[in-house]
Design a protein around this ligand. Structure first.
Ligand code: ZN
Ligand code: ZN
Length: 380
């Protein structure tokens, strides 16, 4: 089959690789019809995750079940499904508690969670014609048959539930206010989720005009951080009070005006200052261990100097971690099916799989107009 393969830092290629096959009785093989490029894929692309050359990348997938193992009971050939970005067994203590992003069964000892197409515990990714899905009954969410809303449903794999997760981590409730830092696809999904959850006011901080425009389009208040301290701007807009909650959806490192470098801790520190005393923070940005040049943040590998004094003094609570996709995906799917949610407004490009190398380059450079790319392995 054809698949997008990591070659070396800043290079992926579309290559022929062996077809995946049923390895365990509870596996399914899914023929991929839509698969997104994610901000997290850029960490692999930039060589920051230690992925082995030859790794099939990608973790956001939607497709049609091609084959099931003898132990699969809830799926059959021809079912249209979306697959969460991380594998969950469905029966470990974390999965049983709903924390499917932190499955213990599929990760190395002492770790939790195992996404497709990245280290640790590398498993083949889904930017390919086919994907092997382990524990298939637990990892495939059925979708309405047909081809409707491909670019909405594929976002159920990661971006939509992860944005929603940010709001949940922060403790947002109806009528509450939230400041979302970062208006990339994830930040926009956090803002969109906040509005779906009944937030009274949603502030979205970024410095890229077209991203801020999209935030405004969905009903959020765009805060241009290049026009002055965003903390002060939000304070001014909230009568000096700050917001009830905040979500960090910026990524690492925070790009400066020139697009590189930046202060990794700046966003988290700004959030601590933005949220009112006793409020909550949801931290979605993966603080990867190495910067693009192999150098980590100011204080060492994967660490950030945060003003913990202010966080403690304000009595803020902080939630972090991968989204538990299976906890949310049914409800979010049904919002799409019933026409209440159209998350595909973040999708800028729908391209054949063969255009993946150019698309990676463009997304990594944050080229104008590129936000979220959906690859179509079955397109010519
Ligand atoms: Zn993703
Ligand atoms: Zn599990």
């Amino acid at each position: 089959m054809r698949a997008v393969v990591y070659r070396r830092p800043f290079e992926v290629a579309v290559e022929e690789v062996p077809d995946p096959r049923i390895e365990q009785p509870n596996d399914a093989i899914v023929r991929i019809t839509s698969t997104c490029i994610c901000g997290a894929d850029l960490y692999v692309y930039e060589g920051r995750t230690g992925a082995e050359p030859g790794t099939v990348v990608g973790h956001e997938t939607l497709g049609v079940v091609e084959e099931v193992g003898a132990g699969v009971t809830a799926l059959e050939q021809g079912d249209r499904v979306v697959v969460p970005f991380a594998v969950a067994c469905g029966f470990c203590r974390n999965c049983r508690a709903g924390s499917t992003g932190s499955c213990l069964t599929v990760a190395p000892a002492g770790r939790a969670g195992s996404p497709y197409g990245v280290a640790p515990a590398p498993r083949a990714g889904g930017q390919a014609e086919y994907l092997r899905v382990p524990f298939a009954d637990a990892n495939c969410l059925p979708l309405p048959a047909g081809t409707d809303h491909e670019s909405d449903y594929v976002l159920l794999s990661d971006t939509f539930p992860t944005g929603y997760h940010g709001c949940r981590l922060a403790g947002l409730s109806p009528g509450g206010t939230v400041a979302v830092y970062g208006a990339g696809p994830l930040g926009l999904m956090a803002a969109y989720s906040a509005l779906l959850c009944g937030a009274s006011r949603v502030f979205v901080v970024d410095r890229v005009p077209e991203r801020l425009a999209r935030a405004g389009d969905i009903g959020a208040v765009a805060v241009d951080s290049s026009a002055g301290d965003p903390v002060q701007q939000i304070a001014d807009l909230t009568g000096g009070e700050g917001t009830d909650t905040g979500v960090d959806a910026v990524g690492f490192p925070f790009p400066t005006e020139t697009g590189e470098g930046g202060e990794p801790a700046a966003v988290l520190d700004q959030l601590v200052r933005t949220v009112r005393p006793t409020g909550g923070l949801g931290v979605l940005s993966p603080c990867v261990r190495r910067g693009p040049d192999g150098v980590a943040g100011d204080a060492g590998p994967g660490t950030l100097p945060v003003t913990i004094h202010t966080l403690v003094e304000k009595g803020l609570h902080l939630g972090a971690g991968r989204a538990d996709v299976r906890r949310y995906d049914r409800q979010l799917r049904d919002l799409i099916t019933d026409g209440r949610a159209r998350p595909s407004f973040v999708v800028s490009h729908e391209l054949p799989l063969d255009e993946a190398p150019d698309a990676y380059r463009a997304v990594d450079r944050r080229a104008d107009g590129y936000t979220k790319v959906v690859l179509r392995p079955d397109a010519a």
